[in-house]
Design a protein around this ligand. Structure first.
Ligand SMILES: [Zn+2]
Ligand SMILES: [Zn+2]
Length: 314
C-alpha cells in the first residue's frame, strides 16, 4: 500500500506499507480525499513525536466492515479511546489518556490508500456533500467545538484572530450560526475570501468583544485576542502553539477573563452545515494532488498564502 510516512521530522511517500487489517468492530476505509492541516505540518517538524502515516481529515468508502457500513461513503472521528477508563465513560474518547489519534498518535492516518477506524467513529456522508467538502468535516467540527463548550449569547460580538485554516472555519461556522463575527488577520488575500462571504474583516475600535477565538498559533495572536476582550470575556484557544506564550497573568486576573482550550468537535452539525450550504468551503481549496505527489502537497501547504491543500486517491 502507498502512504505518506513521517518519522523523525522526515516525510516520504512509501509504497511498501502493509494494508491495515481492521480488528473486530473496526472498518477498513478506502480513502478518497484527505486535507492537509496545520497539525500535519507541525508533525513534520517533530510535533507529538509521531511516526507513521500522516493525515486525519478524510472522506472515503468502507471497503471492509459490517454489512450496515460496507460500501458507504464516510468521514470519521479521529480519537480512539480505550473504552475502559473513567474519561472514556464520562466524555468519550477525546480525553482518554490512552487514546490513539488518527495520523497523530499511535494510529496510521489518512494520506494512504486505506485506513482503519472503529465503526463507532464513522459518520455517513449525504450525497449532496462532495468529497472536497466532506474532507472539511473534521476541521469544521473542531471549529464548532466552541459552540459546544460555552453558551454564546445571541447578541454576542465575537473576534476571530487569524485568517488561516482554523480562523477561516471558525469565522464561517460562527457567522453561519448567526453571530456577529469580526476577523483580524495579516493576509489580505485570505481576508478577502471572508469579506466575499459577507464576513466582517474590520475590528471594532477599542475592542470590547465578548468572545475572542485565537487561531493564529503564535504569541502575538494571543496578545491580540486578549486585548480585544471586554472584562469577563472569554478567550478561546484553538491553535497548538509551537512556542511558549509570554503573558502577564494579571491581565487575565484583573479582568476576570475565562481562558478555554478547545480541540476536537461534533461531526453531526459540521456535516449538516456542509449539506445545507450554510458553511461554504470550496473556495478554501488552493490545490489538489494525487497521493503519488503527496510530498509536494505538504510543501505546497506550507506556503504562506495557501489555506487548504487536498490529496486525492488517483
Ligand atoms: Zn487537523
Ligand atoms: Zn479510555
Amino acid at each position: 500500500m502507498k502512504g505518506l510516512w513521517v518519522a523523525d521530522g522526515c516525510v516520504r511517500l512509501r509504497d511498501d506499507l502493509a494494508r491495515p487489517e481492521p480488528p473486530p468492530g473496526w472498518a477498513l476505509v478506502a480513502v478518497a480525499t484527505a486535507g492537509v492541516c496545520g497539525t500535519d505540518l507541525q508533525i513534520t517538524r517533530g510535533y507529538a513525536g509521531f511516526a507513521g502515516v500522516l493525515g486525519h481529515e478524510f472522506v472515503g468508502r468502507v471497503a471492509q466492515g459490517s454489512p450496515q457500513w460496507l460500501g458507504r461513503r464516510v468521514v470519521g472521528e479521529i480519537n480512539v479511546g480505550c473504552n475502559r477508563c473513567r474519561r472514556c465513560a464520562a466524555s468519550g474518547a477525546n480525553h482518554c489518556e490512552r487514546r490513539r489519534v488518527l495520523g497523530i498518535r499511535d494510529l496510521d492516518g489518512a494520506f494512504a490508500e486505506f485506513l482503519v477506524l472503529p465503526e463507532q467513529n464513522l459518520h455517513p456522508v449525504p450525497d449532496s456533500v462532495t468529497d472536497t467538502q466532506a474532507a472539511f468535516v473534521e476541521p469544521l467540527a473542531a471549529a464548532l467545538r466552541v459552540t459546544e463548550q460555552m453558551e454564546i449569547a445571541d447578541d454576542a460580538r465575537v473576534l476571530v484572530v487569524g485568517d488561516g485554516r482554523l480562523g477561516q472555519l471558525a469565522a464561517r461556522a460562527l457567522h453561519a450560526n448567526g453571530y456577529h463575527v469580526d476577523v483580524v488577520g495579516r493576509h489580505a488575500a485570505k481576508l478577502e475570501r471572508l469579506r466575499r462571504l459577507g464576513i466582517s474583516i474590520e475590528k471594532q475600535d477599542g475592542g470590547g468583544y465578548d468572545v475572542a477565538i485565537e487561531c493564529t498559533g503564535n504569541p502575538a495572536g494571543f496578545a491580540t485576542a486578549l486585548a480585544g476582550l471586554r472584562p469577563q470575556g472569554t478567550l478561546v484557544l484553538k491553535s497548538t502553539y509551537d512556542a511558549p506564550v509570554r503573558m502577564h497573568p494579571a491581565d487575565i486576573v484583573v479582568n476576570e477573563i475565562q481562558v478555554v482550550g478547545s480541540r476536537c468537535g461534533p461531526f453531526a452539525p459540521a456535516l449538516q452545515a456542509l449539506a445545507n450550504g450554510s458553511v461554504v468551503v470550496d473556495d478554501l481549496v488552493d490545490d489538489t494532488y494525487p497521493l503519488d505527489e503527496s510530498e509536494r502537497a505538504i510543501q505546497r501547504a506550507s506556503e504562506p498564502d495557501v489555506i487548504k491543500v487536498q490529496i486525492e486517491r488517483a
